[in-house]
Design a protein around this ligand. Structure first.
Ligand SMILES: Nc1ncnc2c1ncn2[C@@H]1O[C@H](COP(=O)(O)OP(=O)(O)OP(=O)(O)O)[C@@H](O)[C@H]1O
Ligand SMILES: [Mg+2]
Length: 577
């Protein structure tokens, strides 16, 4: 098959040291259902096969006796009922896929942010949606193996068996298997290629549908249609490769089956001619068995290619298990103190390049610290480090005298409340969004934060009140309303430390003023770090930190900075305009 450069790139990219069995570790396998399903299948076939003599009579047009025909029909019905019940094996397979999905979902939820940065969050969708579809194929083969063994026994010990002919089939089967091993590498490549292109398409679609309003506003429908067509085209190329590989496997099988049957027929004719088989009926009966047997051979011969396909399609899935999970509970389970937050010589990069370097800062307990600086200067990054969203920085971050690395991530993050520019709402009711991540509050607690966050009007004006569904990403609420829900959420959590990232950016002045009041209520008595782009937000701060190009450029009170820091003065002047 023609080499495909994209394919080569994909297969090289996805390298995993872990074996396929990693996927099945600690997952309950449907072995009993598989076994039972295949026994039922064999039983069904056996019931029909017991009627081989009747079938042979019917085949030669002997309709004189109606009873054998009726018995044959009845046995067929019973046999097919057994086939149908053998669906329990298939239910086992889908159950296995669901279990693997849950395992992968659980794993991804616990992976560090770096994994998502590396893969792209939309790519990860496919790890949970389409990739696990490959996972049950080996169990399907297990079922076929059982079935095959059962059939072999039947053919070899059964009355109608003619060992010499059965031998032809078995030899043919072995040849098929060898050939299929040769073809397997194409199946593996095809599956890797298809899975990765499907993931790319899914990632593309997730991003575009999330930005559909912007696309329309930019009149970019045609451009995006073109972009999407390119992804669909690549997926098509992958599917084409896969189809060719699959057809090659199927063609090989059918061809071998044809040769086998021709050989068996010729051999049978020879046996009749030289008198070693006395009746044509015995031969017809054998062919009836043989036909079933061949079917199972055909399935079983897929073993190498299906296995290779599973390996290929599951590469990225297995690679997930090489990733180290964030251990949320490693370290002391409690942060004893509430004190100043201090960063000492902290450096961190999302890539090889540092986004922040040698950061030293002290965020005093119970005070408001504002961080300002140009876009990309590292303000959000510092907040993420303080919250330990990226725990692998260099340097030291402490609360009081307690070193962050000694405290469990769970305990540390539990002490922080976050409000960012993007309110991070989920599809669901306003109530669910306010209560996200906190234990079930009492009705009084809930009403108190609703009042403080200025949410009462919002709740009243939406149908269903607290039960109003905010839509995907909270889009059925306005930006300011979303912010207020996020503020109420942070209030309900009642954290010791507050981290606010441009929580009031892009709001109209009246809403901004209202939200600022809510924020002041939220910050009362807490240690707060607030990244701000507006002078009005920072002028009331106890301390201002100026960041520039990944470093701390200055730190002082608004008055001190007004005197000595050029950036702060221009910042204040620009905001006043
Ligand atoms: N997930 C990420 N992966 C790679 N680089 C990132 C990531 N997030 C931020 N960066 C880079 O880190 C640097 C600092 O970004 P950061 O978001 O901290 O800036 P900022 O000061 O908050 O800017 P802004 O005022 O625009 O919000 C930027 O150069 C940015 O490109
Ligand atoms: Mg930022």
């Amino acid at each position: 098959m023609k080499k495909n450069s994209t394919l080569e790139r994909e297969t090289i990219q996805v390298k995993t040291k872990k074996p396929l069995k990693e996927l099945y570790k600690d997952v309950k396998k449907p072995v009993i259902r598989t076994l039972l399903g295949s026994l039922l299948y064999v039983a069904g076939t056996l019931i029909i096969a017991t009627q081989a003599d009747s079938l042979a009579q019917i085949s030669i047009g002997n309709f004189t006796d109606i009873l054998p025909i009726l018995v044959y029909a009845l046995m067929c019905v019973i046999g097919y009922i057994f086939f149908y019940i053998s669906v329990i094996a298939d239910l086992g397979f889908v159950d296995l896929a669901a279990r693997i999905r849950k395992k992968v979902w659980n794993k991804t939820m616990h992976l560090p942010l770096r994994y998502f940065d590396k893969e792209g969050p939309n790519q990860v969708i496919s790890r949970v949606t389409s990739d696990p579809e490959y996972s049950y194929q080996p169990y399907k083969l297990l079922q076929l193996t059982f079935t095959l063994v059962a059939f072999l026994l039947i053919v070899l010990v059964g009355d109608a068996a003619i060992p010499a002919l059965a031998l032809i089939l078995i030899i043919g089967f072995i040849v098929t298997m060898v050939l299929m091993f040769v073809f397997a590498k194409y199946s593996e490549r095809g599956a890797t290629y298809t899975a990765s292109k499907l993931a790319a398409l899914t990632a593309f679609l997730a991003e575009r549908f999330n930005r559909i309003k912007f696309i329309k506003a930019m009149n970019s429908e045609e451009k995006e249609t073109e972009n999407g067509n390119a992804f669909i085209g690549e997926r098509y190329e992958a599917a084409k490769y896969n189809a060719m590989a699959l057809t090659m496997v199927q063609f090989g099988q059918t061809f071998i089956t044809f040769i086998l049957f021709t050989a068996a027929f010729l051999f049978g004719a020879l046996m009749i001619k030289n008198g070693s088989v006395k009746s044509t009926l015995a031969l017809i009966a054998f062919y009836a068995y043989g036909n079933n047997l061949i079917l199972v051979f055909q399935f079983f011969a897929q073993f190498p290619s299906v296995f290779a396909m599973t390996r290929g399609g599951s590469k990225k899935l297995v690679a997930i298990f090489e990733e180290k999970e964030e251990n949320l509970d490693e370290g002391r389970p409690e942060l004893a103190e509430t004190g100043d937050i201090s960063l000492e010589n902290v450096s961190f990069g999302y890539t090889d390049q540092n986004a922040v370097r040698n950061i030293n800062m002290m965020i005093p307990k119970g005070k408001v610290t504002a961080i300002i600086g140009p876009n990309g200067s590292g303000k959000t990054t510092v907040l993420r480090l303080i919250d330990r969203l990226y725990p692998d920085y260099n340097g030291s971050i402490r609360i009081g005298a307690e070193e962050s690395s000694e405290i469990s991530l769970r305990a540390w993050r539990d002490r922080f409340g976050i409000v960012s520019q993007n309110a991070a709402l989920f599809e669901g009711s306003i109530r669910d969004n306010i209560c996200y991540g906190v234990k079930e509050p009492t009705e009084e607690e809930l009403q108190a934060v609703i009042g403080l966050a200025g949410l009462s009007d919002v709740i009243e004006s939406h149908e269903g009140g607290l039960d109003f569904n905010v839509g995907v990403n909270g889009e059925k609420l306005s930006g300011g309303e979303q912010q207020r829900v996020a503020i109420a959420r942070a209030m309900l959590k009642n954290p010791d430390y507050l981290v606010l990232d441009e929580a009031t950016a892009n709001l109209d002045p009246l809403t901004e003023q209202k939200i600022k009041n809510s924020i002041s209520a939220l910050m009362k008595g807490k240690t707060s770090v607030i990244v701000a782009h507006s002078y009005r937000t920072v002028e009331g701060a106890d301390q201002i930190i100026v960041m520039n190009n990944g470093i701390v450029e200055d730190c002082g009170t608004p008055e001190e900075l007004m005197e000595r820091n050029g950036y702060f003065r221009s910042f204040a002047a620009a905001c006043a305009e």
